[in-house]
Design a protein around this ligand. Structure first.
Ligand code: CP3
Length: 353
């Protein structure tokens, strides 16, 4: 697993998405959506019928089909590998499940040193179905980039410590503040697992990776810098040598954008609360931006969606950064898929040079 400077070549290397990640000129602003595969699509609900979420993640042909569905339907500029942030934890034997309508639920939450024993290192063989599915996908996708992803140490820790989704993260923060040594050990193990999981995806052919620290916006900047940033930085450092763009995203992270970039991201994802030109003032020069239309806007009339999308494009232009158009968080399950298809076409048309 040497850090070969692989990286894609040819038409894939020159795709609008990868060019934008590198801050280069693009023929049009590339678009993809977080959670573009999944419950907003009837064709997804159909192929998932009777198959549990985590089981589906281990079925390479099914993963290939689900990953390709939004690319076919919406003409987005990148695919995101269909999986979940808890898949690598399941793969090393953590007793957890994804409960429909709830999210990841962990049988034995980690609250003390003994709990750490649940977290061994991840070996590529633990996730051979990921290598297989990505191989199938890159063969089919051709010049369309495939984004690999993983959960960041803080967000994974929040599920492991709380035992499931949580509004206030009280157990997680109690551990972080109350037993810094145990917290460091927990995050250290998670950064190793996450780095190994991203390496598997890159070596199988993913041409970019996104590190989801969805819930890290719960932290103040000083706590982030001290207690979380080093673990995320280790993940980015571990995959630095591959030459694939590294995207970093979280929700409610307006006060953390600069630090999240400094952790080692090439592209910083921004939610809808901070306009992209303002985000550019918070993120170190040279890094591209991704975002940031409010996902609930897709429930508004088409003319409103277009006007708001134009505002995002204008702010991105003013930022002077590479820009990948996305939502400020994932597609909501009840979104009308046609609204997404129309949004992609609109962004492509408006940004064409
Ligand atoms: O299209 C894509 O974006 C790829 C698929 C994807 C899933 N999960 C599939 C999924 C991605 C990128 C994720 C990441 C993920 N999972 C995150 C980070 C992204 C974010 O939204 O901030 C987080 C926090 C999770 C944890 C998780 N898994 C949640 C909160 C849920 C939703 C629970 C629910 O049912 O509302 C899941 C389950 C999940 N992961 C589903 C899908 C399609 C829904 C379950 C199903 O379809 O049966």
């Amino acid at each position: 697993n040497s850090n070969r400077s692989t990286g894609p070549t040819g038409a894939l290397h020159d795709s609008a998405f990868l060019r934008a990640c590198r801050g280069e000129a693009v023929p049009h602003t590339p678009v993809w959506f977080m959670r573009q595969a999944g419950r907003s699509l009837p064709e997804y609900l159909k192929v998932r019928e009777g198959i549990a979420m985590l089981d589906s993640c281990m079925m390479p042909e099914l993963v290939k089909e689900i990953t390709l569905q939004p690319v076919r339907r919406h003409q987005v500029d990148a695919a995101i590998y269909f999986s979940d942030i808890v898949v690598p934890l399941k793969a090393i034997g953590v007793d957890l499940d994804i409960k429909p309508g709830v999210g990841p639920v962990v049988a034995n939450p980690i609250r003390d040193r003994a709990g750490l024993a649940q977290l061994r290192a991840l070996e590529p063989d633990d996730v051979s179905y990921v290598t297989e599915a990505i191989g199938l996908l890159v063969a089919e996708l051709g010049a369309t980039p495939l984004i690999g992803f993983a959960g960041a140490p803080y967000t994974l820790a929040s599920y492991l410590v709380e035992g499931g989704p949580s509004k206030n993260h009280e157990n997680t923060k109690a551990l972080m503040y109350g037993d810094p040594e145990l917290w460091q050990e927990l995050l250290d193990r998670l950064s190793g697992i996450t780095a190994a999981f991203l390496k598997v995806q890159i070596e199988a052919g993913a041409s970019a990776v996104q590190l989801f620290d969805s819930w890290v916006g719960a932290l103040a900047p000083d706590d982030y810098r001290r207690s979380v940033m080093p673990a995320s930085a280790k993940v980015f450092e571990a995959v630095a040598g591959y030459g694939v763009p590294r995207i970093h995203f979280g929700v409610g992270t307006g006060e953390l954008l600069g630090l999240m970039g400094d952790a080692g991201a090439d592209v910083v994802g921004v939610d809808w609360r901070v306009p992209l030109d303002e985000a550019a003032r918070r993120v170190a020069p040279g890094k591209a931006l991704q975002g940031n239309l409010d996902p609930t806007l897709l429930f508004a009339p088409e003319a409103v969606v277009r006007a708001k999308a134009d505002e995002v494009l204008a702010a991105a232009k003013a930022s002077g950064r590479g820009h990948i158009f996305n939502l400020g968080h994932g597609v909501l399950p009840s979104t009308d898929p046609d609204a997404l298809t129309k949004l992609v076409a609109h962004v492509h048309e408006r940004s064409a040079v």
